[in-house]
Unconditional design. Structure first.
Length: 238
């Protein structure tokens, strides 16, 4: 154990090459730069991390990541690069692989490659909250804009069914607020990443963000909306 190099904080950016709905999504053009470079820049500028690495199976993504200042100490295994591999499994594999290389960290942040709205200031504030809170994980989240208790579903004939009709006549202010995962970043203790496979429990806490900082980029429409939000955020201080 004497040859181990102890670093405190690690940022892992998962970025596989096989995205389906938006081909080459992680390095698609986003206002003049590959999308992943925004996450790399934010992580670098935050000053939080001892190392910022990319976990990828794709040569082109790796080349872009290296060009913009990230490290690539290993190539991700093929079995962790398909549509069914979870982010948690990818982070666990990265931690274990790095420990075999003699690199051990106390705190590990999973920062998605598709999070251009997350700047270094958000990461700094979130990390500060993570250090102060008694929790295993802290991740970005946002309040639903509409009460989920009034949600309904449709059958094959397009007929409407409420999930719970008892909430139909309740006032909005009497309904419990609901939140959703921001899909951007997840700070966690190294031991928690290795032992837990589910973040959405009381051992986690949320770092709340306004809606103009959240955009899950899964379609080309999402991509264009994210560009508009990015430009809006750059010209407006909220």
């Amino acid at each position: 154990m004497n040859n181990l190099q102890y670093g405190k904080n690690l940022c892992i950016i998962p970025a596989r090459g096989g995205s389906k709905r938006i081909p080459r999504k992680n390095i698609i053009d986003f206002l003049g730069k590959p999308l992943i470079t925004y996450s790399i820049k934010s992580a670098l500028n935050s000053g939080i991390f001892d190392d910022i690495i990319i976990s990828s199976d794709d040569d082109e993504i790796i080349e872009v990541a290296l060009k913009y200042g990230a490290k690539v100490p290993f190539v991700r295994k093929k079995e962790l690069s398909d549509d069914y591999a979870s982010s948690t499994a990818v982070i666990q594999d990265a931690i274990i692989t790095l420990e075999k290389q003699g690199k051990v960290y106390e705190n590990v942040c999973c920062l998605y490659a598709t999070a251009p709205l997350i700047d270094e200031f958000i990461l700094q504030k979130a990390f500060e909250q993570f250090k102060q809170e008694e929790c295993k994980f802290l991740f970005s989240a946002c309040e639903f804009e509409y009460p989920i208790q009034r949600a309904f579903y449709l059958d094959k004939q397009n007929k409407v069914y409420m999930f719970d009709e008892a909430n139909h006549d309740k006032r909005s202010q009497d309904l419990t607020k609901a939140y959703h995962d921001g899909g951007a970043f997840y700070f966690g203790k190294k031991e928690a990443w290795l032992k837990e496979n589910f973040l959405f429990k009381p051992h986690s806490k949320a770092f709340l963000l306004p809606r103009n900082k959240i955009c899950d980029i899964d379609t080309f429409e999402d991509l264009e909306f994210a560009k508009m939000l990015y430009q809006f955020n750059k010209t407006n201080t909220l």
